[in-house]
Write a protein that binds this ligand. Sequence first.
Ligand code: CP
Ligand code: NVA
Length: 299
Amino acid sequence: MKSLLSIEQLTKSELTHLVNKAAELKKERGNHADQPLRGQTWAMIFTKSSTRTRVSFEVGIRELGGFPMFLSGNDIQLGRGEPVKDTARVLGRMVHGVVIRTFAQQDVVDFADYSKLPVINALTDDEHPCQILADLLTVQEKIGGWEGKKFAFVGDGFSNMTRSWMWAAKILGFELCVASPDSCKPPADFIRDLGADNVKICTDPKEAVAGAHAINTDVWLSMGQEDQKEKEAEFSGYQLNSKLLANASAGHIILHCLPAYRGKEISEELLEKQADVIFTQAENRLHAQKAVLVELASD
Ligand code: CP
Ligand code: NVA
Protein backbone atom coordinates (compact mmCIF):
# COMPACT_ATOMS: atom_id res chain seq x y z
CA MET A 1 0.00 0.00 0.00
CA LYS A 2 1.60 3.31 -1.09
CA SER A 3 -1.22 5.64 0.02
CA LEU A 4 -4.66 5.38 1.60
CA LEU A 5 -6.90 7.39 -0.71
CA SER A 6 -10.15 5.43 -0.28
CA ILE A 7 -11.64 2.27 1.21
CA GLU A 8 -12.60 1.29 -2.34
CA GLN A 9 -8.92 0.70 -3.24
CA LEU A 10 -8.37 -1.93 -0.52
CA THR A 11 -8.53 -5.70 -0.87
CA LYS A 12 -10.20 -7.82 1.80
CA SER A 13 -6.83 -8.89 3.18
CA GLU A 14 -5.46 -5.31 3.28
CA LEU A 15 -8.57 -4.07 5.07
CA THR A 16 -8.61 -6.86 7.67
CA HIS A 17 -4.84 -6.51 8.13
CA LEU A 18 -5.23 -2.79 8.95
CA VAL A 19 -8.01 -3.47 11.49
CA ASN A 20 -5.96 -6.24 13.13
CA LYS A 21 -2.84 -4.06 13.17
CA ALA A 22 -4.86 -1.28 14.82
CA ALA A 23 -5.98 -3.72 17.55
CA GLU A 24 -2.36 -4.75 18.09
CA LEU A 25 -1.15 -1.14 18.34
CA LYS A 26 -3.96 -0.36 20.79
CA LYS A 27 -2.64 -3.07 23.12
CA GLU A 28 0.92 -1.68 22.82
CA ARG A 29 -0.10 1.96 23.36
CA GLY A 30 2.85 4.09 24.52
CA ASN A 31 5.36 1.34 23.85
CA HIS A 32 6.40 1.62 20.20
CA ALA A 33 10.10 1.01 20.75
CA ASP A 34 10.82 0.64 17.03
CA GLN A 35 9.56 4.22 16.31
CA PRO A 36 8.70 3.53 12.64
CA LEU A 37 8.35 7.25 11.80
CA ARG A 38 11.61 8.29 13.47
CA GLY A 39 13.10 11.34 11.74
CA GLN A 40 10.03 11.81 9.51
CA THR A 41 7.93 14.95 9.06
CA TRP A 42 4.30 14.43 8.02
CA ALA A 43 2.39 17.44 6.68
CA MET A 44 -1.30 17.64 7.60
CA ILE A 45 -3.23 19.86 5.16
CA PHE A 46 -6.77 20.56 6.38
CA THR A 47 -9.16 22.73 4.38
CA LYS A 48 -12.14 21.63 6.54
CA SER A 49 -12.62 21.71 10.33
CA SER A 50 -11.62 18.77 12.51
CA THR A 51 -11.27 17.72 16.13
CA ARG A 52 -10.83 13.92 16.14
CA THR A 53 -8.88 13.52 12.91
CA ARG A 54 -6.45 16.35 13.61
CA VAL A 55 -5.77 15.36 17.23
CA SER A 56 -5.49 11.63 16.53
CA PHE A 57 -3.06 12.16 13.64
CA GLU A 58 -0.91 14.62 15.61
CA VAL A 59 -0.75 12.27 18.62
CA GLY A 60 -0.31 9.15 16.47
CA ILE A 61 2.54 10.58 14.37
CA ARG A 62 4.35 11.70 17.56
CA GLU A 63 3.82 8.32 19.26
CA LEU A 64 5.44 6.63 16.27
CA GLY A 65 8.48 8.93 16.45
CA GLY A 66 7.56 11.41 13.70
CA PHE A 67 6.82 15.14 13.61
CA PRO A 68 3.33 16.30 12.51
CA MET A 69 3.18 19.66 10.72
CA PHE A 70 -0.36 21.05 10.72
CA LEU A 71 -1.09 23.30 7.72
CA SER A 72 -4.48 24.96 7.62
CA GLY A 73 -5.61 25.24 4.01
CA ASN A 74 -6.38 28.92 4.62
CA ASP A 75 -2.89 29.74 5.83
CA ILE A 76 -0.86 28.17 3.04
CA GLN A 77 -0.82 29.47 -0.55
CA LEU A 78 -3.23 26.68 -1.56
CA GLY A 79 -5.96 28.81 0.02
CA ARG A 80 -4.98 31.71 -2.28
CA GLY A 81 -5.22 29.58 -5.39
CA GLU A 82 -1.83 27.88 -5.71
CA PRO A 83 -2.62 24.66 -7.60
CA VAL A 84 -2.67 21.32 -5.79
CA LYS A 85 -0.12 19.93 -8.24
CA ASP A 86 2.39 22.69 -7.38
CA THR A 87 1.85 22.39 -3.61
CA ALA A 88 2.29 18.63 -3.96
CA ARG A 89 5.58 18.93 -5.86
CA VAL A 90 6.97 21.36 -3.26
CA LEU A 91 6.02 19.20 -0.28
CA GLY A 92 7.24 16.12 -2.14
CA ARG A 93 10.77 17.52 -1.88
CA MET A 94 10.55 18.31 1.83
CA VAL A 95 8.36 15.98 3.90
CA HIS A 96 7.91 12.22 4.18
CA GLY A 97 4.14 11.89 3.97
CA VAL A 98 0.93 13.92 3.80
CA VAL A 99 -2.46 13.70 5.50
CA ILE A 100 -5.16 15.65 3.66
CA ARG A 101 -8.71 16.66 4.60
CA THR A 102 -10.44 18.52 1.79
CA PHE A 103 -13.44 18.67 -0.55
CA ALA A 104 -12.63 17.01 -3.89
CA GLN A 105 -11.41 13.41 -3.95
CA GLN A 106 -9.48 14.26 -7.12
CA ASP A 107 -7.28 16.69 -5.14
CA VAL A 108 -6.13 13.84 -2.89
CA VAL A 109 -5.47 11.62 -5.92
CA ASP A 110 -3.54 14.43 -7.65
CA PHE A 111 -1.56 15.15 -4.50
CA ALA A 112 -0.37 11.55 -4.36
CA ASP A 113 0.47 11.56 -8.10
CA TYR A 114 2.44 14.80 -8.11
CA SER A 115 4.17 14.55 -4.71
CA LYS A 116 5.16 10.85 -5.04
CA LEU A 117 4.65 10.74 -1.27
CA PRO A 118 2.44 8.43 0.79
CA VAL A 119 -0.86 10.32 1.13
CA ILE A 120 -3.68 9.60 3.59
CA ASN A 121 -7.24 10.76 2.90
CA ALA A 122 -8.42 12.30 6.16
CA LEU A 123 -11.90 12.94 4.65
CA THR A 124 -13.11 14.20 1.32
CA ASP A 125 -16.63 14.73 0.00
CA ASP A 126 -16.48 11.14 -1.35
CA GLU A 127 -14.81 9.06 1.35
CA HIS A 128 -13.66 8.90 4.97
CA PRO A 129 -11.46 5.78 4.99
CA CYS A 130 -9.73 6.39 8.37
CA GLN A 131 -13.12 6.60 10.08
CA ILE A 132 -14.25 3.28 8.62
CA LEU A 133 -11.13 1.55 9.90
CA ALA A 134 -11.90 2.86 13.41
CA ASP A 135 -15.55 1.82 13.03
CA LEU A 136 -14.55 -1.73 12.06
CA LEU A 137 -12.16 -1.97 15.01
CA THR A 138 -15.02 -0.87 17.28
CA VAL A 139 -17.32 -3.50 15.73
CA GLN A 140 -14.65 -6.15 16.33
CA GLU A 141 -14.28 -5.08 19.98
CA LYS A 142 -17.95 -4.56 20.82
CA ILE A 143 -19.82 -7.26 18.87
CA GLY A 144 -17.05 -9.67 17.95
CA GLY A 145 -16.67 -8.75 14.27
CA TRP A 146 -18.77 -8.37 11.13
CA GLU A 147 -19.10 -11.95 9.86
CA GLY A 148 -22.78 -12.91 9.69
CA LYS A 149 -23.89 -9.56 11.14
CA LYS A 150 -26.40 -7.10 9.74
CA PHE A 151 -25.45 -3.40 9.58
CA ALA A 152 -27.72 -0.42 8.99
CA PHE A 153 -26.95 3.14 7.98
CA VAL A 154 -29.75 5.66 8.52
CA GLY A 155 -29.49 9.20 7.16
CA ASP A 156 -27.72 10.70 4.15
CA GLY A 157 -27.40 7.76 1.75
CA PHE A 158 -24.62 9.30 -0.29
CA SER A 159 -22.33 11.05 2.18
CA ASN A 160 -18.62 10.28 2.48
CA MET A 161 -19.43 8.01 5.45
CA THR A 162 -22.15 6.05 3.66
CA ARG A 163 -20.04 5.61 0.56
CA SER A 164 -17.09 4.30 2.55
CA TRP A 165 -19.39 1.94 4.49
CA MET A 166 -20.89 0.61 1.25
CA TRP A 167 -17.40 -0.13 -0.09
CA ALA A 168 -16.43 -1.81 3.19
CA ALA A 169 -19.55 -4.00 2.96
CA LYS A 170 -18.69 -4.96 -0.61
CA ILE A 171 -15.10 -5.84 0.32
CA LEU A 172 -15.88 -7.71 3.54
CA GLY A 173 -19.20 -9.23 2.44
CA PHE A 174 -21.42 -8.26 5.38
CA GLU A 175 -25.08 -7.27 4.99
CA LEU A 176 -25.65 -3.49 4.94
CA CYS A 177 -28.99 -1.75 4.57
CA VAL A 178 -28.91 2.01 3.89
CA ALA A 179 -32.11 3.96 4.62
CA SER A 180 -32.34 7.52 3.35
CA PRO A 181 -34.87 9.91 1.85
CA ASP A 182 -35.30 9.53 -1.92
CA SER A 183 -33.50 12.83 -2.48
CA CYS A 184 -30.20 11.54 -1.07
CA LYS A 185 -30.19 7.88 -2.07
CA PRO A 186 -27.01 6.59 -3.71
CA PRO A 187 -27.43 7.13 -7.48
CA ALA A 188 -27.97 4.17 -9.80
CA ASP A 189 -24.53 4.47 -11.44
CA PHE A 190 -22.82 4.25 -8.03
CA ILE A 191 -24.84 1.16 -7.11
CA ARG A 192 -24.01 -0.39 -10.48
CA ASP A 193 -20.27 0.28 -10.03
CA LEU A 194 -20.42 -1.03 -6.45
CA GLY A 195 -22.01 -4.26 -7.69
CA ALA A 196 -22.73 -5.65 -4.21
CA ASP A 197 -25.86 -7.78 -3.66
CA ASN A 198 -25.24 -7.60 0.11
CA VAL A 199 -25.84 -3.81 0.08
CA LYS A 200 -29.56 -2.93 0.12
CA ILE A 201 -30.97 0.56 -0.35
CA CYS A 202 -34.39 1.58 1.04
CA THR A 203 -36.30 4.60 2.26
CA ASP A 204 -37.80 3.06 5.41
CA PRO A 205 -35.49 3.35 8.44
CA LYS A 206 -37.53 0.64 10.26
CA GLU A 207 -36.73 -1.83 7.49
CA ALA A 208 -33.01 -0.97 7.69
CA VAL A 209 -32.71 -1.37 11.47
CA ALA A 210 -34.85 -4.55 11.75
CA GLY A 211 -32.56 -7.28 13.08
CA ALA A 212 -29.46 -5.06 12.77
CA HIS A 213 -26.49 -5.66 15.08
CA ALA A 214 -24.88 -2.25 14.47
CA ILE A 215 -26.70 0.89 13.38
CA ASN A 216 -24.77 3.83 12.05
CA THR A 217 -25.67 7.44 11.43
CA ASP A 218 -23.94 10.72 10.63
CA VAL A 219 -24.81 14.39 10.35
CA TRP A 220 -27.59 15.26 7.93
CA LEU A 221 -25.58 18.14 6.47
CA SER A 222 -21.93 17.37 5.85
CA MET A 223 -19.19 19.99 5.82
CA GLY A 224 -19.65 22.16 2.75
CA GLN A 225 -23.47 21.75 2.82
CA GLU A 226 -24.11 24.31 5.57
CA ASP A 227 -26.16 26.50 3.20
CA GLN A 228 -28.58 23.63 2.44
CA LYS A 229 -30.58 23.91 5.69
CA GLU A 230 -33.84 23.18 3.85
CA LYS A 231 -32.54 19.64 3.20
CA GLU A 232 -32.90 18.85 6.92
CA ALA A 233 -36.71 18.75 6.64
CA GLU A 234 -36.41 15.68 4.39
CA PHE A 235 -34.81 13.72 7.24
CA SER A 236 -37.81 13.86 9.56
CA GLY A 237 -38.38 10.22 10.64
CA TYR A 238 -34.70 9.32 10.15
CA GLN A 239 -33.56 10.11 13.70
CA LEU A 240 -31.96 7.24 15.64
CA ASN A 241 -33.89 6.95 18.90
CA SER A 242 -35.19 4.16 21.16
CA LYS A 243 -38.52 3.95 19.34
CA LEU A 244 -36.91 3.39 15.94
CA LEU A 245 -34.58 0.78 17.41
CA ALA A 246 -37.29 -1.37 18.99
CA ASN A 247 -36.82 -4.06 16.30
CA ALA A 248 -33.04 -4.01 16.12
CA SER A 249 -31.16 -7.10 17.27
CA ALA A 250 -30.79 -7.52 21.05
CA GLY A 251 -27.44 -6.12 22.17
CA HIS A 252 -27.12 -3.89 19.11
CA ILE A 253 -24.62 -1.05 19.09
CA ILE A 254 -24.93 2.47 17.70
CA LEU A 255 -22.09 4.00 15.72
CA HIS A 256 -21.65 7.72 15.13
CA CYS A 257 -18.44 9.18 13.71
CA LEU A 258 -19.10 12.48 15.54
CA PRO A 259 -19.62 15.39 15.76
CA ALA A 260 -23.26 14.60 16.64
CA TYR A 261 -26.25 16.90 16.49
CA ARG A 262 -28.54 15.75 19.28
CA GLY A 263 -32.22 16.04 18.47
CA LYS A 264 -31.42 15.75 14.74
CA GLU A 265 -29.81 12.50 13.51
CA ILE A 266 -29.70 10.99 17.03
CA SER A 267 -31.60 11.56 20.27
CA GLU A 268 -29.76 12.80 23.34
CA GLU A 269 -30.96 9.75 25.29
CA LEU A 270 -29.63 7.24 22.75
CA LEU A 271 -26.28 8.96 22.33
CA GLU A 272 -25.71 8.97 26.10
CA LYS A 273 -26.89 5.36 26.42
CA GLN A 274 -24.35 4.30 23.76
CA ALA A 275 -21.62 6.74 24.86
CA ASP A 276 -19.14 3.98 25.69
CA VAL A 277 -19.34 2.59 22.13
CA ILE A 278 -19.37 5.99 20.43
CA PHE A 279 -16.40 7.41 22.34
CA THR A 280 -14.45 4.14 21.96
CA GLN A 281 -15.10 4.59 18.24
CA ALA A 282 -13.61 8.11 18.49
CA GLU A 283 -10.57 6.79 20.41
CA ASN A 284 -10.10 4.07 17.82
CA ARG A 285 -9.29 6.74 15.22
CA LEU A 286 -5.89 7.01 16.89
CA HIS A 287 -5.13 3.28 16.74
CA ALA A 288 -6.50 2.84 13.21
CA GLN A 289 -4.49 5.73 11.81
CA LYS A 290 -1.34 4.52 13.51
CA ALA A 291 -1.87 1.20 11.70
CA VAL A 292 -2.07 3.09 8.39
CA LEU A 293 1.05 5.15 9.20
CA VAL A 294 3.06 2.05 10.14
CA GLU A 295 1.94 0.32 6.95
CA LEU A 296 2.89 3.29 4.74
CA ALA A 297 6.20 3.85 6.52
CA SER A 298 7.19 0.22 5.96
CA ASP A 299 6.33 0.18 2.24
N1 CP B 1 -15.21 11.94 12.79
C1 CP B 1 -14.36 12.90 12.42
O1 CP B 1 -13.70 12.81 11.39
O2 CP B 1 -14.30 13.93 13.29
P1 CP B 1 -13.57 15.33 13.04
O3 CP B 1 -14.34 16.04 11.95
O4 CP B 1 -13.65 16.05 14.35
O5 CP B 1 -12.16 15.08 12.63
N1 NVA C 1 -20.22 13.41 6.73
C1 NVA C 1 -19.55 14.26 7.69
C2 NVA C 1 -18.51 13.51 8.43
C3 NVA C 1 -17.85 14.30 9.52
C4 NVA C 1 -16.76 13.54 10.22
C5 NVA C 1 -18.94 15.45 6.99
O1 NVA C 1 -18.36 15.28 5.91
O2 NVA C 1 -19.06 16.57 7.49
